[in-house]
Design a protein around this ligand. Structure first.
Ligand SMILES: *Cc1c(COP(=O)(O)O)cnc(C)c1O
Length: 361
């Protein structure tokens, strides 16, 4: 006799883990869109200060963190702010609260590898749309897919893995067309990295569109992905109540709560990281173009590179053998590409040297 699992289990895709974890030694880790910089020293001190009370459960309402977020995002009350064990936790909870057999979810593809889980795990139907010629979300195509059964529509902006973004005016016009019964999740995991736009320019959309949810995270620009904490700013309190209801009460651990509160005090550090990231983006875009490998018009901390017909596995595996781990396009929904996270200048130079070696071989 063997264990008998639910029928939908087989339909849940296995998350494509980066090959980073398969290698030992001194690697250049450019596969997971992490920041190469350690957390701010004050964040580390706050975490250390909380270690002695780990015998206590964390605050299930994450009250201090939600109040700090409400101060940071003026006009969004704590009642409309959900926090989660990473923003993926909120995505999964939204699926549990909104999807069921007969319901539909619309998202683009290629986009974030988590999205296919949401339909698979709930028995809902996933409707995917392609990207436009510039590898951006095709909002018109997405709007056309909305039916009476649509419960969730996700726009990943900037999009992972293509790094491209759509502007706030296009988003607003799009939201005007979408029925209020559809929960539109704008996944803004990389929103802070844009060079020429205010990361908070989508906040006013929440007042106009109560069905909108802005999903953000401490994993990327704040460099806290190892702790797992993300948040959602919702147009309606009902979203926060629903995702809280379907999850275990203690989903965000005590250290993550303390670290996130402290990280929010260091906006200057975020700005400095963004500046460094934008400099690396310009550097790598130029260097790759010189090698005949164009990347998309990116707004994130990674680039999406068209390998121009070269065999993808030869490039990606060749880099790995030289200690540089990047993400294969095939894993992310588009063979013939690679996704490269920006590291420090030293790491990016190591990537380029390894790449030259691979291209010559
Ligand atoms: C990295 C990423 C997240 C963040 O996930 P966490 O669970 O907060 O670590 C969310 N959405 C996208 C598109 C991402 O790339």
């Amino acid at each position: 006799m063997s264990l008998e699992f639910v029928g939908r289990l087989e339909r849940i895709p296995v998350y494509p883990a980066a090959s980073t974890y398969a290698f030992d030694g001194d690697l250049v880790k450019l596969a997971s869109n992490e920041t190469p910089y350690a957390p701010h020293p004050d964040v580390l001190a706050a975490v250390q200060g909380a270690l002695g009370t780990l015998n206590r459960y964390p605050d299930p309402s994450a009250g201090a963190l939600r109040r700090r977020l409400a101060e940071r995002f003026e006009g969004i009350p704590a009642e409309r702010i959900a926090v989660g064990n990473g923003s993926c936790d909120i995505l999964l909870a939204a699926a549990e609260a909104l999807l069921e057999p007969g319901a539909e979810i619309v998202h683009a593809w290629p986009s974030f590898s988590m999205y296919p889980h949401l339909a698979a795990m709930t028995g809902a139907r996933a409707v995917t749309t392609g990207l436009d010629a510039e590898d951006r979300h095709d909002l018109a195509a997405m709007a056309r897919e909305v039916t009476a059964a649509t419960r969730i529509l996700i726009v990943c902006n900037p999009n992972n893995p293509t790094a491209t973004a759509v502007g706030v005016d296009a988003l607003n016009a799009f939201l005007e067309e979408i029925p209020r019964s559809v929960c539109v999740i704008l996944d803004e995991a990389y929103v802070e990295f844009a060079a020429d736009r205010d990361p908070d320019e989508t906040l006013p959309l929440l007042a106009r569109h109560p069905n909108l949810v802005l999903l953000r995270t401490f994993s990327k620009v704040y460099g806290l992905c190892g702790l797992r904490v993300g948040y959602a700013l919702a147009g309606a309190e009902s979203f926060r109540r629903a995702v809280d209801r379907v999850r275990q009460p203690f989903s965000v651990n005590a250290l993550a709560q303390v670290a996130a509160v402290e990280a929010l005090r260091h906006g200057d550090e975020v700005a400095a990281r963004v500046e460094r990231t934008v400099a690396e983006r310009l550097f790598l875009d130029d260097e790759l173009r010189e090698r005949g490998l164009p990347s998309t018009e990116g707004q994130a901390n990674f680039c999406w590179v068209d390998l121009g017909g070269r065999e993808e596995s030869a490039v990606v595996d060749g880099l790995a053998r030289r200690g540089v781990i990047v993400r294969s396009g095939a894993d992310l929904g588009s063979e013939g590409h690679m996704r490269v996270t920006f590291g420090t200048r030293r790491e990016n130079e190591a990537f380029l040297a390894a790449l030259d070696d691979v291209l010559e071989a």
